[in-house]
Design a protein around this ligand. Structure first.
Ligand code: SAH
Ligand code: SF4
Ligand code: F3S
Length: 473
């Protein structure tokens, strides 16, 4: 038995993804990188020759999950070795970048540790892991702990990735920007993803065209600070040497067959006039914006190093709604940042009340090693964080319910993505990213159909296809 099945044989890789959409994109791209080596995707670690954990470091819980999963994989690997075969274990993503060698030390069963900007090198790393496997099987001592690649490489991975392998259900992610230079005092991203980088516009347009040709009707542009995008303009294009996100969105809107454009995650400081205008002018740009604000207290925003206050956020929302009155907003909130008083928390609740959100993500502050926030005095007790989070989530849930209820009776385009929970149902997304389910055939998946919304629930809506399918046939 060989360490990794010999070339030419079918090999299987299981990829588990934690964290944000950028990791989802990266996991797909890792599958693309591994495909020419003969790796097909597997549904479970038990059936795989290679397991990749694409990890998230954003909060302590996310990070710790990885180690418990690695413990389980160690047992699978030990079992394999008893049977005379093996399992290669790779840790990718943000924990890999943040903790590097520590991972292989804490869990020696790990073979490969590769950062989020270096996974285009997986073929070389696997070859090296295989070489180490041969040394181990020969009964010799292995030098060092695993195969590590966690330096930020000088080259951009985007210049070394194969074309995307396919599109699921009409919708695709497209990373256009990576990394962050903003250094919010709670956040690990600038350390795990590195400095802000924008892909050249031409390479994005090429990937977008390929995705649309492969069946995408919706593209979600991704970046840790996606609206800080300032990529090299295509040669010969008018209007300066770099493109902003607004300009890129307008160019993407010219691709035939692309019905929906979204982008995430944006930062309030980078919402420029052109992007705000695009929300009113580009019909393909969906009326939904995820714009994290974190807190409604100026004092806390300052301590977080967000670089803006509550009023800037409020003004932005007003300007966006002027351009696009039906714009739905979502946001991220952190409760219990060091020093957050009752009055600070009330200011956040007030902001939520004033703005009205269609959806939101909210978290208890998690103290992250190496970030300035971790060293601040006046850390907030867990019980206070728990109570504040519950109050905040109750308010946000109420707003989401109200937002959904207000759409009942409307007829809206829905992009169907997957089978529903009950047989005969299909589930999709409205322009405002609401989950909508209807009675209908699975053949709807991947396409957009008109749906009359009939009933609102807490986090989804029921609807019916209009005109009725028989009439349309
Ligand atoms: N670039 C985005 C956010 C990326 S991280 C932005 O600037 O808004 C996604 C979300 O995780 C953040 O918006 C924040 O709400 C949350 N988050 C980040 N670090 C955190 C921490 N240490 N504790 C709790 N939540 C955190
Ligand atoms: Fe993290 Fe702030 Fe950068 Fe967002 S802007 S990724 S929260 S440092
Ligand atoms: Fe997590 Fe890294 Fe995304 S820390 S949220 S996977 S950028």
């Amino acid at each position: 038995m060989t360490f990794v099945p010999t070339d030419g044989k079918r090999k299987r890789v299981f990829i588990r993804t934690y964290g944000c959409q950028m990791n989802v994109y990266d996991s797909d791209r890792m599958a693309d990188v591994l495909r020419p080596l003969g790796y097909a995707l597997s549904d479970s670690p038990e059936q795989a020759d290679l397991v990749v954990l694409n990890t998230c470091h954003i909060r302590e819980k996310a990070s710790e999950k990885v180690y418990s999963e690695l413990g389980r994989l160690r047992d699978v690997k030990a079992e394999r070795r008893r049977e005379g075969s093996d399992l290669t274990i790779a840790v990718a993503g943000c924990v890999a970048q943040a903790e590097g060698e520590e991972i292989a030390k804490r869990q020696p069963a790990v073979d490969i540790v590769v950062g989020p900007q270096a996974y285009h090198r997986l073929p070389q790393l696997l070859a090296e892991a295989e070489r180490r496997g041969a040394i181990r099987r020969a009964g010799k001592r292995l030098p060092g702990a695993g195969v590590l690649d966690t330096e930020f490489p000088p080259e951009s991975k985007f210049d070394h990735l194969p074309a995307p392998g396919g599109v699921r259900a009409g919708s695709a992610f497209l990373s256009i920007q990576e990394g962050c230079d903003k250094f919010c005092t709670f956040c690990v991203v600038p350390y795990t993803r590195g400095a802000e980088y924008s892909r050249p516009a031409e390479s994005i347009l090429q990937e977008a065209r390929a995705l649309v040709a492969a069946g995408a009707v919706e593209l979600t542009l991704l970046g840790q600070n996606v609206n800080a995008y300032h990529g090299e303009a295509p040669s010969g294009s008018a209007g300066g040497s770099t493109w902003s996100l607004g300009r890129l969105v307008r160019a993407l809107a010219e691709i035939d067959g692309l019905a929906r454009i979204r982008y995430t995650t944006s930062h309030p400081r980078d919402m420029d006039d052109d992007l705000i205008a695009a929300h009113g002018e580009v019909v393909q740009l969906m009326p939904y914006l995820h714009l994290p604000v974190q807190s409604g207290s100026d004092r806390i925003l300052e301590a977080m190093n967000r670089g803006h206050g509550r009023d800037l956020f409020r003004r932005l929302v007003d300007r966006l709604r002027e351009r696009r009155p039906d714009l739905a907003l979502s946001s991220d909130f952190i409760v219990g940042f060091p020093g957050e008083s009752d009055a600070d928390f009330d200011a956040t609740m007030q902001l939520i009340d004033d703005v009205g959100f269609a959806a939101a993500f909210s978290f208890k502050y998690s103290r992250r090693p190496g970030t300035p926030g971790a060293a601040l005095p006046d850390q907030i007790p867990e019980s206070v964080k728990t109570a504040r989070l519950a109050a905040l989530q109750a308010l946000l849930a109420r707003q989401q319910r109200d937002f959904n209820a207000a759409k009942v009776g409307a007829t809206v385009p829905v992009l169907f993505a997957e089978p529903g929970r009950k047989p005969g149902q299909v589930l999709g997304k409205s322009p405002w990213l609401q989950s909508v389910y209807v009675e209908g055939p699975a053949s709807l998946i991947g396409s957009i159909a008109s749906v009359r919304l009939t009933e609102a629930h807490a986090v989804s809506l029921a609807g019916e296809i209009v005109p009725p399918l028989e009439a349309a046939a």
